[in-house]
Design a protein around this ligand. Structure first.
Ligand code: PLP
Length: 408
C-alpha cells in the first residue's frame, strides 16, 4: 500500500471523501479480457474513467483507446508511448475542428453513422479510415445509446454509396449494445447485423477489414458474454483471415477497481429523550449526510442509473465494527443544498452510526469521478492508489486505514 498520510489535522475539508484505486484490479480485468477474448483487441473507453494511472497502466499493457473528443485524444498521446494508430475516435458526431485535429495528430480510425459526418470528414480528414456505426438492439442495457447513435441497417447502403462517391475509405463496422448489458445474448444479433453490413460493403466495392464490437461488458456476466460473442463471430465470420477485431470496454476494466470512503458530516435523528416524529412505514428514521453526493462522485446514480449499497467503515469512532449491531432504516444524502442530492433513499445502517463515522462504497470506478462537478463549492474526492492485489478485502482494509489517519 503506497498511501501517504491523507490530510494534516485541522485542515479545512480534512475529512474529505476519498477513493482507493486498486490498480492490480485493472491489471486483472485486462488479463481476464485477454484470456476470454484472445482474438479481440481491447480499446479502453477512456470516457469511463480517464484516471492518469489507469490509462498509463493500460497503455503499458498494450491496450488501444476509444476516444470521444480532442481532449481524450490529447490525453492519450501525451502519455508518449501510445502511437495514434492505437486510438479509435469512436464518436459518430464530431465537430469539424476535432476531425481536422485528428488528421493532424495522425488519428485516422473514426466512426460515422450519418451523411453529414461523411461530408465533414471528406473536407477535414479525407485520409481517415472510417468505421460505420450501426444500430443494434440495446433494450437489454442499463444505458441505451440507440436513440442517439447508430445507423439503421436500411440506411447503410446509401451511406456507403455516399462514402464511395466522396472517395472515402470505409474499413469496417462498429456497434454498441448499450452500457451495462445484462443480457449478453444481444451480441449474437449485433454480430449478425455487422455481418450483413460487411456484405453491403462488398456490394459497393469495399472490402472491410475491421469489426468493432463496442462496450457494454458487465463484470458478473463477462465470461458468458465472451463465449456468446466468440460463438457468434465464429458463425458469422468463418474465414477470419485479414479481419481485425477490436472492442471498446469501459466499465469492465475499472468499475471494481475503485472504492469510495465518505464521511458522515451530519445526521438528523430524534434526540434520545424525544419521541420520534411519527414516520410513515417506509420513511427512514435517521437521515445521514455524507461529504460526496450526486453532484460529485455519485453522479452515477443519475447518469448511470446505479444503486448504492453503503457499508460501515467506522462505527461510533471505532474501526473495529462488530458484526452484530442493531440496525435502523436510514437514508443517506449528499452534502449540497439540493434535495435531489440523495445517495440512498432507504437502507439499513447501524443505530450507533454517528457524525464523524465513515461509510464505504464499492464498484465506484466507472462513470463517477469523470462526470463529477464542484456544485456548491465542494471539491472533487481525491484518489489514493494501491496495488493491493487481494481484491475487496484489501481495499476495505485500505479504506479503513486511511480514514483512521484522518482527524479533522
Ligand atoms: N464505446 C462507446 C462508443 C461508448 O459510447 C461507450 C460508453 O459510453 C463505451 C464504448 C464504453 O461502454 P462500457 O462502459 O459499457 O463498456
Amino acid at each position: 500500500m503506497n498511501a501517504s498520510r491523507m490530510a494534516a489535522n485541522s485542515e479545512p475539508d480534512a475529512e474529505r471523501a476519498f477513493f482507493v484505486a486498486d490498480l492490480s484490479e485493472v491489471y486483472r480485468q485486462f488479463q481476464r479480457w485477454k484470456t476470454c477474448l484472445p482474438g479481440i483487441e481491447p480499446f479502453y473507453a477512456i470516457k469511463c474513467n480517464p484516471d492518469p494511472y489507469v490509462v498509463r497502466l493500460l497503455a503499458a499493457l498494450g491496450a488501444g483507446f476509444d476516444c470521444a473528443s480532442n481532449g481524450e485524444i490529447n490525453q492519450i498521446l501525451e502519455i508518449g508511448n501510445v502511437t495514434p494508430d492505437r486510438i479509435i475516435f469512436a464518436n459518430p458526431c464530431k465537430a469539424v475542428s476535432f476531425v481536422r485535429n485528428a488528421g493532424k495528430v495522425g488519428v485516422d480510425l473514426m466512426t460515422f453513422d450519418n451523411a453529414d459526418e461523411l461530408y465533414k470528414i471528406a473536407r477535414a480528414h479525407p485520409r481517415a479510415k472510417l468505421v460505420v456505426r450501426i444500430l443494434t438492439d440495446d433494450s437489454k442495457s442499463i444505458c441505451a445509446f440507440g436513440v442517439k447513435f447508430g445507423a439503421p441497417l436500411s440506411t447503410v447502403p446509401g451511406l456507403l454509396a455516399k462514402a464511395r462517391e466522396l472517395g472515402l475509405d470505409v474499413v469496417g463496422v462498429s456497434f454498441h449494445v448499450g452500457s451495462g448489458c445484462y443480457d449478453p445474448s444481444v451480441y449474437t444479433d449485433a454480430i449478425n447485423r455487422a455481418r450483413a453490413v460487411f456484405n453491403m460493403g462488398k456490394e459497393v466495392g469495399y472490402n472491410f477489414k475491421l469489426l468493432d464490437v463496442g462496450g457494454g461488458f458487465e463484470d458478473a456476466l463477462f465470461e458468458q458474454a465472451a463465449s456468446i460473442l466468440t460463438e457468434a463471430i465464429d458463425a458469422a465470420f468463418p474465414d477470419r483471415r485479414g479481419l481485425r477485431i477490436i472492442g471498446e470496454p469501459g466499465r469492465f476494466m475499472v468499475s471494481k477497481a475503485f472504492s469510495l470512503a465518505a464521511n458522515v458530516i451530519a445526521r438528523r435523528a430524534p434526540l434520545s429523550n424525544q419521541t420520534p416524529v411519527p414516520q410513515s412505514a417506509d420513511q427512514p428514521a435517521v437521515m445521514y449526510y455524507i461529504n460526496d453526493g450526486v453532484y460529485g462522485s455519485f453522479n452515477c446514480i443519475l447518469f448511470d442509473h446505479q444503486v448504492m449499497h453503503p457499508y460501515v467503515l467506522s462505527l461510533n469512532g471505532s474501526f473495529h465494527v462488530p458484526s452484530s449491531e442493531p440496525y435502523h432504516t436510514s437514508s443517506v444524502w449528499g452534502p449540497t443544498c439540493d434535495s435531489i442530492d440523495c445517495v440512498c433513499p432507504k437502507t439499513m445502517l447501524p443505530s450507533a452510526l454517528r457524525v464523524g463515522d465513515w461509510l464505504g462504497f464499492d464498484n465506484m470506478g466507472a462513470y463517477t469521478i469523470c462526470a463529477a462537478s464542484q456544485f456548491n463549492g465542494f471539491e472533487l474526492s481525491k484518489v489514493v492508489y494501491t496495488t493491493g492485489g487481494k481484491g475487496a478485502s484489501e481495499v476495505r482494509a485500505a479504506l479503513k486505514k486511511l480514514a483512521a489517519e484522518i482527524d479533522p
